[in-house]
Design a protein around this ligand. Structure first.
Ligand code: SF4
Ligand code: SF4
Length: 329
């Protein structure tokens, strides 16, 4: 049995950092919620803009408004910046947002790893069921993208962006978790159990955000390539791949399921047999992907902050005015 702690470097360290940042943002946001719920007698007036990363549907509507009207989302600008960054990162560096940044991806990976450690044998869904199940995330993606981009015109999207519901959507999400219903808890329990039993259950079968990034990653100039002359057919790369890809059977990994984790490259015992490259260049520079991807992520956030595209324009007074409606909308 493999001890899951042994595999914690270096990608998981970066993922852990993003989990800590998310927990910090969550803690600050709970303080903000407390301020509103207590009528200003406790908590804090600081609203961390980064929590908008957790309201992707609102960000998708923001993107629709931006494309349709040229107006950048001023209600949840940070959410739109993070969505655009995730899309840019996916296009350039495959679905690496999922394997290096997303806190849900990390939690799920840890659950799967603990599951593989404690269960007598690793479980996997048979291929005849795996294939149709993988289609589910694309169906959800078509539903959400179709609803926002084809069922809504720019005017309707703008009205949604301006609505009290959207202005409170981050608080609504927090309240959902703070006062979770029996049905919500059962759904979460089910997802946790399935992620424990089957590696990457949520990402592989259900996450529409991951589906979108996987499709963009398909077009990416980032490549994992195998040198058939150097390869000794040990199969380490296949075992390391959480996407269940047959790396050792292909010259290049082209699947949208490849999340750019580089675990295959790191597990290969032969120098140069399995390499990462960008647009056919920088072959073998395996630190290029995390370094440039994280650099781009940080740069986009810094530029957004410096150009006034990070903090919401919705005033504290307005949020306090709408807050009593939170349970009704
Ligand atoms: S192990 Fe390799 S092929 Fe598999 S998802 Fe990670 S980078 Fe892609
Ligand atoms: S880990 Fe390297 S040597 Fe082993 S099968 Fe994969 S590419 Fe070939």
């Amino acid at each position: 049995m493999n001890n899951p702690v042994k595999k914690l470097f270096p990608r998981n360290v970066i993922q852990s950092l993003f989990v800590f940042i998310s927990l910090y943002l969550g803690w600050r946001f709970i303080n903000f919620y407390t301020f509103l719920a207590s009528g200003g007698t406790s908590g804090s007036t600081y609203r961390p803009a980064g929590v908008e990363a957790f309201t992707p549907l609102s960000s998708l509507v923001g993107l629709r408004v931006w494309i349709g009207t040229g107006i950048f989302d001023y209600v949840h600008p940070a959410g739109l910046v993070i969505l655009l960054t995730a899309l840019a990162v996916s296009f350039l560096f495959r679905k690496s947002f999922c394997s290096w940044i997303c806190p849900f991806g990390f939690i799920e990976e840890m659950l799967g790893r603990i599951g593989a450690w404690v269960l007598p044998r690793k479980l996997s869904i048979p291929w005849w069921l795996d294939l149709p199940l993988r289609g589910l995330k694309y169906i959800l993606l078509v539903f959400f993208v179709g609803s926002v981009f084809f069922m809504m015109d720019a005017e309707a999207a703008f009205s949604f962006m301006e609505s009290p519901y959207n202005k409170l959507v981050d608080l609504k999400m927090l309240e959902f978790f703070l006062n979770i219903s029996a049905t919500g808890a059962a759904v979460f329990g089910f997802l946790i159990l399935m992620s424990f039993l089957f590696e990457h259950f949520w990402c592989r079968y259900l996450c529409p955000y991951g589906a979108l990034m996987g499709l963009l990653g398909w077009l990416s100039p980032s490549r994992i390539s195998r040198n058939e002359q150097l390869c000794i057919d040990c199969g380490n790369c296949d075992k390391a791949c959480s996407g269940r890809l047959k790396v050792s059977r292909n010259k290049n990994v082209l699947s949208p399921e490849c999340n750019g984790c580089l675990d295959c490259v790191n597990s290969c015992p032969v120098d140069g047999a399995l390499t990462y490259s960008f647009a056919g260049k920088f072959k073998g520079a395996k630190y290029l992907l995390p370094a440039t991807m994280l650099g781009l992520f940080a740069l986009m956030i810094i530029v957004a902050i410096m150009t006034g595209h990070w903090e919401s324009s919705v005033s504290l007074r307005e949020v306090m005015y709408y807050f009593p409606l939170l349970k009704q909308i």
